[in-house]
Design a protein around this ligand. Structure first.
Ligand SMILES: [Zn+2]
Length: 341
C-alpha cells in the first residue's frame, strides 16, 4: 500500500505529530478532510446500537461514540486499518479460542482503540496547555506509544516479535461470555494510565494491556487462571478490573530493538527496565508495585456494570465477588445478583 518503510511511518506518527499537529494517527501524514477515523468503529456502533452511548474523557467531558474520531489519512483508513476491522468481524462470526491467530488480530484491534483514545485524550490535554510550556510527552510515554504502534502496524507487513514473557509483546486474555439480557451485549472499559483496555462484544470478552506482556509473568492464563473460560458479564467485569488494577501497578518498561527489510519487520524485546532499584525477597527486581486486595476491591466496584454491595466488608474483613467463593471456586453470578438486589 505504500513505498515507505513502516518503521519510518511509526516514527513520524510517534514524533508527536499525531498528538500536536493533527496529522494521521497511524502514519503521521496529511489527514484526509472530513470526519477522520472512528475510535469505536462504525460497524461496532451499528451492531451493538451504540450511537447514543458516550465515553467520559479524563477531563470529565462526555463525548458520544459517533463523535469520537481522530485524524486519519485515506491510505491508512482504507488500507491496513480496514483489514483489521474485517478480520475482527470475521472472527465474531465463529469465535475460535484455541487458535493463536485471532489473539493477534484482537490485540491489534484493541491496540488501535487504545491508541485512538490516547491520541484523543492527549490532544485535548496538549491543546489546553500553553505551547510555550513545552511538551507533556515524556520519553517513556513516547517509547510506549511507539510500541503500541508496532503492535498495530504489524498488520501492514509480516512482523516477527521476539518476546520475553509470552507469545507476543502484549498481555491479552480472552473469555467466552454467557448471554444475559440484563447486561446487554457490549461493554468497554479502559485504564489509560495502566495502558489497558477491555471490551465485551456479544459472545466474546477480551482484555489487552500494552505492557510488553509483563502480566504474563504472573501466569499466562491471567487472574485466577480463567483465560478461555465461560464467564457471566459481571464476572468478566471483575476479571477486567483485576487486569486494569495490575496494569496500574506496573513499575517497569522494556527496551526494544527493531529493524525492517522490504519483506518483514523484526522486533526484539531485549530486556525489562524497572523504574526503581527495589529488590523483592529472593533478589528479583520489582516490576510491579505491591498488590493490595482492598484497593483491588474498589477497582472491582468501579468497573462493575451494576450497583452492588461492597466487595470488601471492613467489619468482617471478607471479600465477596462473583469470581471467588473464598474456597477458590466460581460463584454463580445469578445467586450473587439475587442476593445483592
Ligand atoms: Zn495515515
Amino acid at each position: 500500500m505504500t513505498d515507505d518503510y513502516v518503521l519510518s511511518l511509526i516514527d513520524r506518527a510517534a514524533s508527536g505529530r499525531a498528538f500536536t499537529g493533527g496529522q494521521c494517527f497511524a502514519c503521521g501524514g496529511e489527514p484526509t478532510a472530513g470526519q477522520g477515523e472512528h475510535v469505536i468503529p462504525r460497524w461496532t456502533q451499528r451492531r451493538f446500537d451504540l450511537f447514543n452511548q458516550t465515553l467520559t474523557l479524563v477531563n470529565g467531558s462526555r463525548i458520544p461514540y459517533r463523535q469520537l474520531t481522530i485524524p486519519c489519512c485515506e491510505s491508512c483508513n482504507n488500507g491496513f486499518l480496514r483489514d483489521i476491522e474485517n478480520a475482527v468481524i470475521a472472527f465474531l462470526e465463529s469465535p475460535e479460542f484455541s487458535d493463536p491467530g485471532p489473539r493477534v488480530t484482537l490485540g491489534r484491534w484493541l491496540c488501535k482503540i487504545f491508541i485512538g483514545l490516547l491520541v484523543k485524550e492527549t490532544t485535548l490535554l496538549v491543546d489546553r496547555r500553553d505551547p510555550s510550556k513545552g511538551s507533556i510527552l515524556s520519553q517513556d510515554f513516547v517509547e510506549e506509544f511507539r510500541h503500541a504502534q508496532l503492535i498495530l502496524q504489524s498488520a501492514r507487513k509480516r512482523t516477527i516479535f521476539h518476546s520475553l514473557h509470552g507469545p507476543h509483546p502484549f498481555t491479552l486474555y480472552m473469555y467466552r461470555i454467557e448471554p444475559d439480557d440484563d447486561f446487554g451485549e457490549f461493554d468497554l472499559s479502559t485504564n489509560l494510565v495502566g495502558q489497558s483496555i477491555a471490551v465485551r462484544l456479544g459472545p466474546v470478552g477480551v482484555v489487552f494491556v500494552n505492557d510488553g506482556g509483563l502480566q504474563y509473568e504472573a501466569g499466562r492464563k491471567g487472574p485466577l487462571d480463567l483465560d478461555g473460560r465461560r464467564l457471566h458479564p459481571v464476572q468478566f467485569s471483575e476479571v477486567v478490573a483485576r487486569v486494569h488494577y495490575k496494569a496500574a501497578l506496573r513499575y517497569a518498561t522494556h527496551s526494544y530493538t527493531s529493524f525492517e527489510t522490504p519483506n518483514e519487520i523484526v522486533v526484539d524485546q531485549v530486556s525489562v527496565r524497572p523504574f526503581s532499584n527495589v529488590r523483592l525477597e529472593g533478589g528479583a527486581m520489582q516490576i510491579f508495585q505491591p498488590w493490595d486486595d482492598i484497593e483491588c476491591a474498589h477497582m472491582i466496584e468501579r468497573y462493575r456494570p451494576f450497583q452492588g454491595p461492597p466487595v470488601y466488608d471492613p467489619s468482617t474483613g471478607r471479600f465477596t465477588t462473583t469470581l471467588s467463593n473464598n474456597r477458590g471456586g466460581i460463584q454463580s453470578p445469578k445467586r450473587f445478583l439475587r442476593r445483592s438486589s
